[in-house]
Write a new protein. Structure first.
Length: 231
């Protein structure tokens, strides 16, 4: 094995190790292990530290490339930087030989709104997050959720929803769901899919409210189309 040193790699590894070298930051990382995004306030509660202290710790975790910051309106959410980070933390947990339970706050959103609701002109909630995840797993949208793949375009045409290639707004994007703290489909594609589902009788809106009900027909279609089970 070569004894040649790579200063950049060594410095980067030291930076990751330094980001991990604090119990409070470890508690924050554990609280993010379920894949959801959380605010600095929520993470400060999970780590049992003050908001100002949490801010400094989050800066170190972002600098160490272990988490990312997601601006959403007036709020800023934090999430693990990727599946590789989650796997790395899990392996470190296994090395200790001690069972670890992440400090996770459950959403306070009403159950009926958590399942399905509107987010501007597209679908949000548990169902929307499941749709987004399934579309990514099938390779219909890119990993970052910013583009439709060839197989995705074919699937939507089969569904009866030819995608428009020339639109003034963002074509598609991952929109952070406020109750699930994970992404659902936004942009033109999210709105077009929501309209299509409504026209096909897969879902109905509650007039004057954000609540959306997935119909029996919709549950069957989501199961057949994407393999999603909606109770």
């Amino acid at each position: 094995m070569s004894e040649e040193h790579i200063p950049e790699l060594e410095t980067a590894l030291a930076g990751v190790a330094a980001a991990l070298a604090d119990p409070s930051r470890i508690r924050m990382l554990c609280a993010l292990m379920d894949g959801r995004a959380r605010t600095a306030t929520e993470l400060s509660i999970a780590a049992d530290i003050s908001a100002s202290t949490a801010s400094a710790h989050l800066t170190k975790l972002v600098t160490g490339k272990l988490i990312i910051c997601i601006p959403q309106g007036r709020h800023r959410y934090y999430q693990l930087a990727g599946l590789n980070v989650a796997e790395f933390i899990e392996k470190m947990m296994n090395l200790t030989g001690i069972p670890v339970t992440a400090a996770i706050r459950k959403s306070s959103a009403p159950v009926h709104l958590r399942q399905a609701r509107t987010c501007y002109d597209h679908l949000a909630g548990e169902t929307a997050v499941a749709v987004y995840d399934a579309m990514q797993e099938k390779g219909w949208i890119t990993a970052d959720g910013t583009a439709l793949t060839a197989s995705g375009e074919s699937a939507l045409i089969t569904l009866g929803l030819p995608p428009a290639h020339t639109v003034k707004r963002v074509f598609c994007c991952g929109c952070l769901d406020w109750s699930e703290r994970r992404f659902h489909l936004g942009g033109y594609l999210g709105a077009a899919l929501f309209t299509h589902c409504e026209q096909q009788g897969w879902l109905t809106r509650t007039p004057g409210y954000r609540e959306v009900t997935i119909t029996g027909k919709g549950k069957k279609q989501f199961r057949q189309w994407l393999g999603i089970q909606i109770l």
